[in-house]
Design a protein around this ligand. Structure first.
Ligand SMILES: C[S@@+](CC[C@H](N)C(=O)[O-])C[C@H]1O[C@@H](n2cnc3c(N)ncnc32)[C@H](O)[C@@H]1O
Length: 263
């Protein structure tokens, strides 16, 4: 992760967070039948709004490890021939969804720091013949791609995990073309989380501890130079462990989908 100092740095140990996130999402890739704070898999994707006909065209093993928090493709409005980057692409569900929409004349790049996730996504891509999808090892705070190279940037349940969200949004602004869109689903809170939660790297890795207060999140997107166009709540998404449910009810931890554009 980057060295930039932010208020959130004081709340969580970055190295501990990175190793917890990598271990949690290695398990998501390799042992999706295990117990997690959050739901995964096909039933979740359908409840969030993924069209079953699209899901039928995506490798089932990618969907088993789907750990997203919402559906935003109606906001992304991807068109044939477009270039798309997915931040925290995991086992690949959203990169395959994007590939269906941009077609063979478009391209999709997935970036993820967890080797097990990328390895699984690459294996599934090769078996299913998604020739226009590439995966890169990297951090969302320091994207390994060119400036202004993408029509759209997508991400699902990932930015809340970053210890430097303002830097992530600066990277979003850097890699989008003028007129490019950010379309994401992520976890935010209605009320600011207390340090007891934000210092807990395990709750952070479970997509709760790192969630930004919603107005701060929209302000950080706009501070990076993007204009927020649409915000939607995703009440279909809910946490499942008691620990996570308790925090989510007390502080209004919730899933939202956001569309923003780079002027
Ligand atoms: C909740 S999962 C979501 C994965 C995928 N978007 C999906 O919907 O299934 C979060 C993913 O983001 C990756 N990730 C978390 N923090 C990251 C960071 N700072 N840089 C790169 N990848 C990160 C994790 O390795 C994990 O694969």
């Amino acid at each position: 992760m980057t060295d930039t100092t932010t208020l959130t740095d004081k709340a969580v140990d970055r190295q501990e967070l990175e190793s917890k996130v990598k271990e949690m999402y290695r398990q998501v890739a390799e042992e999706p039948e295990g117990e997690f704070h959050f739901e995964m898999g096909r039933a979740l994707t359908e409840r969030l709004g993924y069209p079953p006909a699209d899901l039928d065209r995506i490798p089932a093993q990618a969907i088993e490890s789907f750990a997203g928090v919402g559906y935003y493709f109606h906001l992304a409005d991807l068109k044939a021939g477009e270039s798309v980057i997915d931040l925290g692409s995991g086992s690949g569900t959203d990169t395959f969804m994007a590939a269906l929409k941009v077609g063979s004349s478009g391209r999709v790049v997935g970036v993820d720091m967890t080797d097990a996730q990328r390895t699984k996504a690459e294996r599934l891509r090769d078996a299913a013949g998604f020739a226009n999808v590439t995966y890169l090892k990297g951090y969302i705070e320091d994207l390994p791609v060119e400036d202004a190279g993408f029509d759209a940037l997508i991400s699902n349940g990932v930015i809340n995990l970053s210890a430097d969200k303002p830097q992530v949004f600066r990277e979003v602004a850097r890699v989008l073309k003028p007129g490019g869109r950010l379309a994401i689903s992520d976890i935010v809170t209605e009320r600011q989380l207390p340090e007891g939660i934000t210092c807990n790297a395990t709750l952070w890795a479970a997509c709760i501890g790192g969630a930004m207060q919603q107005d701060d999140c929209y302000a950080a997107i706009e501070a990076a130079g993007l204009r927020v166009v649409t915000r939607e709540d995703n009440p279909q998404y809910r946490f499942i462990s008691d620990n996570a449910l308790g925090a989510s009810e007390k502080f209004g931890v919730k899933s939202v989908s956001i569309l923003a554009v780079k002027p």
